[in-house]
Design a protein around this ligand. Structure first.
Ligand code: HEM
Length: 453
């Protein structure tokens, strides 16, 4: 088993801080003068939370895009040691096509991360309450206003939500793998009844991964192991059209007499996601939410033995596409092995106020600051998005994409498998729009210090 150097790994790789730090802000910066920026970075580094820090007031972490490393003077030979999607950037045409970012989600329309608003540096700030968040944010902003070599592009609030649900109303953050060599397994087992422990190299560079290999380590001349203990961080600001989802559910479940049926609406939503609002897996609870007013973090289920055909959890639902578990191929063991190579750790948080009325368009933007970490963007995040979420022919399906977040232009259908026949619902609109995004590299502490030299 890998012996991780926790003191060299940024704390965010190992923890979402969600339990103690419900408030967050993501500060996006552009480097304007690299020499001054190195000095500014040197003042930030002592505050960066590592894997051994146990803080209870606030945490700070930092990550960089490829353009930052260009400004730091990395040569072409050095930059090519980083992963290709990272080098290219999320808003380039190739990545745009892979991710399905077109129409309203096209990078040209983004608030940040595109040609008009490029970003170099991401500061992730977490705090125990709003006062602490405001205080730390003010300190950071004052530091930036001095000659710092960086300029503020955006400060994205992820505030505090009233509960652990995302804006559509469902518990989020349940299905997560844990990192071998950490203490996450026991906690995950206690919380969800199940833990998929993956090799550290899936999430921290420099260690063996699920292919019994070590993913390429970014290297620079001054520091051949620059990438060690670092990871790639994917950030996408995804707007959620809550009223579109719930009006669609209402219209689709209204009976021939014009009678709406809230129970059917909720069931259809649960079929699309694969879990009830409480988080309870629909594969184990096909008829109703067993815990409608509570939280159910059960993650101890598979599909092959009990729900192969998708009569409980539809084959194309959000959780079955993003983690097909043992149902990808006929052989469950081969499925599990394959799926292990395409996992991410999600670390996102909701932004914007919770709506008062899910059917009403109140004109306010709300959504998910989707953040995930992985060692190999192509094999993990992009694979999930391209080969599972947006695959028109995922598993046995035809002309369908993820009913919640899928790309719609060629496909707006969703099949709900059933006996004697499946039900197919039509004309799904877009329930989400990408509003910004970038691929970042989150270096280990030693590499950070090297950058500041
Ligand atoms: C606004 C956008 C999104 C919303 C509202 C959303 C919502 C949810 C919800 C409610 C769950 C079930 C609870 C849980 O297991 O955490 C879930 C699971 C998951 N989502 Fe998303 N999601 C979004 C975007 C994405 C994206 C962009 C990806 C990756 C491409 C993704 C990957 C996953 C994964 C891997 C799981 C866990 C599946 C499992 O292990 O069973 N999600 N999401």
């Amino acid at each position: 088993m890998a012996q991780l150097t926790f003191s060299d790994i940024q704390g965010f790789v190992l923890s979402s801080y969600a339990k103690n730090m419900p408030c967050a802000n993501y500060v996006l910066l552009k480097i304007t003068d690299v020499k001054t920026c190195r000095n500014w970075l040197a003042t930030i580094i002592p505050q960066v939370t590592t894997g051994v820090d146990r803080k209870d007031d606030y945490c700070l972490n930092i990550a960089f895009t490829a353009t930052a490393f260009q400004k730091f003077g990395f040569t072409a030979d050095e930059l090519i040691t980083f992963s290709v999607p990272f080098q290219e950037g999320m808003s380039t045409l190739t990545r745009q096509q892979i991710l399905g970012d077109d129409g309203d989600s096209a990078p040209a329309r983004w608030f940040w991360g595109n040609e008009e608003n490029p970003v170099d540096v991401l500061l992730l700030l977490f705090a125990k309450d709003e006062d602490q968040l405001d205080e730390q944010l003010a300190i950071i902003k004052t530091g930036i206003e001095q000659p710092s070599g960086v300029q503020l592009i955006k400060s994205l609030s992820a505030g505090r939500q009233p509960d652990t649900k995302e804006h559509f109303g469902f518990l989020d953050g349940v299905g997560q793998p844990v990192i071998e060599g950490t203490d996450q397994k026991a906690r995950q087992l206690r919380r969800t009844g199940h833990a998929t422990e993956l090799k550290a190299g899936e999430f921290v560079l420099g260690y063996e991964n699920e292919m019994q290999k070590i993913d390429p380590l970014p290297a620079i001349k001054r520091m051949p192991e620059f990438g060690k203990n670092g990871t790639y961080l994917v950030f996408r600001q995804i707007e959620q059209h809550v009223h579109s989802l719930w009006n669609y559910l209402k219209e689709t479940t209204t009976d021939a007499n014009g009678q709406s049926n809230p129970k059917d609406e909720e069931k259809l939503a649960a079929k699309m996601i694969g879990r009830w609002k409480s988080g309870a897996p629909i594969t184990d609870h096909p008829d109703a939410d067993p815990n409608p007013s509570g939280v159910n973090e059960d993650n101890n289920f598979n599909f092959a033995a009990s729900d192969k055909s998708g009569f409980g959890c539809p084959v194309g639902s959000h959780i079955r596409r993003t983690n097909p578990r043992d149902s990808l191929f006929d052989d469950p063991a081969v499925s599990l092995l394959t799926v292990k190579r395409h996992r991410i750790i999600r670390r996102g948080r909701s932004y914007g106020d919770r709506t008062q009325d899910v059917y009403k368009n109140d004109g306010k933007e709300r959504g998910l600051h989707f953040i995930c970490i992985n060692s190999n963007i192509e094999r993990q995040f992009e694979f999930i998005q391209q080969t599972w979420v947006n695959n028109l022919n995922f598993a046995t399906l035809d002309h369908e994409t993820d009913p919640l977040i899928g790309h719609r232009s060629e496909a707006n259908l969703f099949s709900i498998q059933g006996c004697p026949a499946r039900t197919r619902i039509h004309n799904l609109p877009d329930f989400v729009t990408t509003k910004g995004g970038a691929y970042f590299f989150m270096p280990g502490m030693e590499a950070l210090k090297e950058l500041a030299k």
